[in-house]
Write a protein that binds this ligand. Structure first.
Ligand code: GCB
Length: 857
């Protein structure tokens, strides 16, 4: 009997105890969703965006407007003794919450969390309606105004219900429930810790119980007292703290309970990790963490994912940062906005130093509301993320003069007004940042323009990040070091780092002869190697962050894959590109070796030309075994061993060994002249006007790099590589409509006289791939098919095509017949006794060709 009583008591105790603590639960599932002005109701789960698909569709702006989420919430009876909240981790970008048709709160800004108390709107013991309206339309008063990424709308981060006692730790307000843990003084011997907070619905019967545990889970400090005021600030001290760093991301835990002193009931609870470290940005010595220099090397990261938009689960955030850590990085910039709360937890755990920033980017509106919204975003970011030891930089502006610099027709007066309002806002943001946190560094990212110096804006934050695209938007990779040295000399007090760098690349484009703007993985590699070398050898440089960890969606982009910014070290689906493995070789210590060219396993070479193999390694030497014959070794320079192999035609197994690491890859070699002999089996596909091979993911066909004609072979005669502009070596980056083989169309040979194949007799299908790259060509079309008097303007391009002297196209005008930047494929069946000669005869402008496919029928 006694035992039963005891058990009953125990059960009661457990029940009240669990019941009494703060309850946090997601309410992500089972929503009904519709867009404004649409009858179509969809069942959806959060995280959700309505732009996952339409931001990637041709000729269409993605939807920017209001989306409405609805759901019933059954509220148990006993919640009337509780306080109930809804926490949004993030919704883009203006959100209103209605409970039972009453407005419970509104929030502006798409990248920070917010909490609304809904207690007074709820009917306990029955179903309550929740309606959430989220609006992502352009708003001149809300940052970001414009940027090179998509402003996907929706509730794209977790949505939570929080239930606490009537008295509770402050949940509403900019901190969205975070209570601040400060570490104002840390050294090897001692760390001072200050815990600040506020209790809502305060009364005199509240006990505060706090406990701090060390990284191994041992209790190191405790506090237990009755509160006399609603605000509290409690100091702790930790002896010989275990310091947080990328190599040892040691985390302490603080747990706080708010207890009703009369009943002993726990009304609310709060828990947060924190870390002990100190750091400094020195304009000569670079970045110092816990007193030691550490070169910050890592990447920027956007939060979207292929086919998902920004509505990604936490597991993807975790996977991304794990990949960044695994490649040996110690630094990450969450450009261009605060990311999911999970991201910062992961960075704390993995040991990644963080630059986080608010989305004040490209342009500023000179309005009170815009300035205030920007400041509110910074307040929210800092207060919500304060406790994360990983964060060392609070950022607040990215390339804020870029719109101004590139808007050609802006008057001097307007320009000066823009500069003035931007500088004024920077000063306000700096002041707000320092008001909230003097322990961290403020930072701003600039593009390559002296206006940031002359306007004085670059003198406002503690640290300057330069976004530098030498070898891409501006010429010459080697100009980087020169630029940095000049800046350092002119502004010796200014700590600097590179906040962005890197060219676009496409895993379908492969070459051994990389050039700017060819989108090859090889050029991306070349460029990153050069940047790493130039930054690492300069001690004053704090570090560098590659643009970008992953390819990301940007509806305005014209690259080799439309609507995607392709500067990622990994693809949009996180498939690594070569350069990802290069970082791993360069930055990690454990034996590592990798043969570059996952998509370059087929080599089409001239007979007797060597096959070039690049191997990434962190050892001093790499040994290759070719088809079981070992013995080829090469030294490693900048973590790359380069091999020139003489290989016969066929498939070869190449194995690389360095230290304890091995890697193998098959390489298949084909001599180009033999492709003609093989026409019986395989068509020849040529990427005309390009030095790169293009791998068609859909058909598996490889469109090989172009070549000049020689005897018994195939190739072009006459003409030159089409060049859109001076710093773009080849092709156009403009979107080509109606094809998935954009790169084949984007590169072309211009002014060619013919394309010749020395083939035996037979019936062949000749496919010519063409596009008109000149946008002006369509508007200048005064060419009239019927008349004898042909009147061509300079832009007009008209030519005839003859195959083996038979006219197959008369007065072909791609712009007039098909439109500019359209994929045009013309197929002809040809019977020949010997050879095929495709002639291009100009009537006006230069002839042009993008690709040829020759198939034997
Ligand atoms: C930049 C911007 C970034 C762009 C990047 C690019 O400087 O800060 O938002 O995505 O350049 O790829 O052009």
């Amino acid at each position: 009997m006694k035992l039963l009583k005891y058990l009953a008591f125990l059960l009661f105790f457990i029940a009240t105890k669990t019941e009494a603590q703060r309850l946090v639960k997601t309410i992500n599932s089972g929503w009904e969703f519709h867009l404004e002005n649409s009858e179509e109701i969809k069942k959806i789960n959060i995280p959700h965006t309505w732009n996952a698909k339409d931001a990637f569709i041709d000729n269409k702006e993605y939807f920017r407007g209001t989306g409405i989420y609805e759901k019933q919430l059954v509220v148990p009876d006993h919640w009337n003794k509780k306080a109930v909240f809804i926490r949004f981790e993030g919704a883009n970008q203006k959100t209103s919450l209605f409970i039972n048709d009453k407005l419970a709160g509104t929030h502006i800004g798409g990248y920070t969390a917010f909490v609304f108390e809904i207690t007074k709107f709820l009917n306990a013991g029955s179903a309550n309606s929740i309606r959430i309206e989220v609006d992502n339309s352009h708003n001149p008063d809300i940052p970001p105004l414009e940027a090179d990424f998509n402003f996907y709308g929706g509730i794209y981060r977790d949505l939570e219900l929080i239930i606490t006692g009537k008295s509770h730790f402050q949940l509403e307000g900019e901190a969205a429930g975070n209570l601040l843990i400060k570490t104002p003084e840390v050294n090897k011997e001692n760390a001072k810790v200050v815990f600040n907070g506020q209790v809502a619905n305060f009364n005199q019967n509240l006990d505060l119980k706090i406990q701090i545990t060390d990284p191994s889970g041992n209790k190191v400090s405790a506090y237990d007292k009755t509160l006399t005021t609603e605000e509290f600030s409690i100091d702790f001290s930790i002896e010989n703290p275990e310091l947080w760093s990328p190599d040892h991301p040691e985390l302490y835990t603080l747990e706080a309970n708010l207890i009703d002193s009369a009943s002993g009931e726990t009304l609310d609870s709060y828990s947060s990790k924190f870390g002990c470290r100190w750091f400094k940005a020195d304009p000569e010595k670079g970045f110092l963490l816990n007193g030691k220099p550490i070169k910050l090397i890592g990447a920027n990261r956007h939060q979207d994912f292929e086919n998902m938009g920004n509505a990604v689960p936490n597991a993807i955030h975790r996977k991304d940062y794990q990949m960044i850590k695994d490649m040996g990085a110690n630094f990450i910039r969450t450009a261009h906005y605060p990311q999911d709360p999970e991201v910062y937890r992961i960075c704390d755990e993995l040991g990644l130093l963080v630059w986080t920033e608010v989305p004040v980017i490209n342009d500023v509106t000179d309005s009170e509301a815009y300035h205030q919204n920007a400041i509110d975003m910074q307040r929210e970011q800092i207060l919500q993320l304060y406790n994360h030891p990983s964060i060392v930089f609070w950022g607040y502006m990215n390339e804020i003069f870029i719109r101004l610099v590139f808007t050609g027709d802006m008057s001097e007066v307007d320009k000066n007004a823009k500069i003035k309002t931007s500088v004024a806002l920077a000063k306000k943001l700096e002041a707000e940042t320092k008001k909230l946190d003097t322990s961290r560094l403020s930072v701003m990212a600039l593009h390559e323009n002296d206006l940031y110096n002359t306007s004085g804006i670059a003198d406002i934050p503690d640290v300057i990040g330069w976004n530098l695209y030498f070898g891409w938007y501006t010429m010459g990779l080697e100009n980087l070091g020169k630029f940095l040295d000049e800046q350092h000399k002119k502004y010796p007090e200014r700590p600097i780092l590179i906040s962005e760098y890197g060219p676009g690349s496409d895993s379908r484009i492969q070459t051994n002869d990389p050039k700017p703007w060819d989108y090859s993985e090889a050029y991306q590699l070349k460029s990153h190697v050069s940047y790493l070398n130039q930054v690492i050898e300069r001690d004053y440089m704090l570090g560098m962050a590659a643009w970008n960890f992953a390819d990301f969606g940007s509806s305005g982009r014209q690259d080799s894959r439309p609507y995607i910014n392709q500067k990622g070290l990994v693809n949009f689906n996180r498939e690594p590109k070569d350069v990802y493995y290069y970082y791993k070789a360069r930055l990690t210590d454990k034996d590592f070796v990798y043969i570059a060219g996952k998509n370059f396993e087929h080599r089409f070479i001239k007979k007797d030309q060597p096959v070039l193999i690049k191997v990434f390694s962190n050892a001093e030497q790499v040994e290759l075994t070719i088809n079981d014959t070992p013995g080829k070794t090469s030294g490693v320079i900048d973590n790359i061993a380069t091999f020139s192999l003489n290989l016969p035609e066929g498939k070869h197994l190449i194995k690389a060994v360095s230290g304890d690491a091995t890697f193998q890859r098959h390489i298949e070699v084909r001599f180009r002249v033999n492709l003609i002999k093989d026409l019986n089996k395989n068509p020849i596909t040529i990427n005309v006007g390009s030095h790169s091979d293009f791998i068609d993911e859909e058909t598996g066909e490889i469109w090989i790099a172009d070549q000049a004609f020689s005897e018994n072979n195939f190739g072009y005669m006459g003409g030159e590589t089409f060049q859109q502009s001076e710093n773009k070596f080849q092709g156009t980056a403009a979107n080509i409509k109606l094809t998935a083989k954009e790169p084949v169309y984007q590169t072309m040979r211009q002014g060619l006289n013919s394309y010749n194949f020395e083939v035996p007799e037979g019936t062949y299908r000749v496919s010519l791939l063409m596009t008109e790259p000149n946008r002006a060509a369509s508007t200048n079309n005064i060419y009239n098919l019927g008349s004898d008097q042909k009147n061509f303007s300079e832009e007009t391009r008209v030519f005839d095509i003859l195959i083996n002297e038979q006219m197959v196209e008369n007065d072909l005008n791609l712009a007039a017949d098909y439109g500019v930047l359209q994929a045009v494929e013309l197929n002809y069946e040809i019977v020949t006794e010997e050879n095929i000669k495709i002639e291009f005869r100009s009537k006006s402008g230069k002839t042009i060709l993008s690709g040829i496919r020759l198939e034997k029928l």
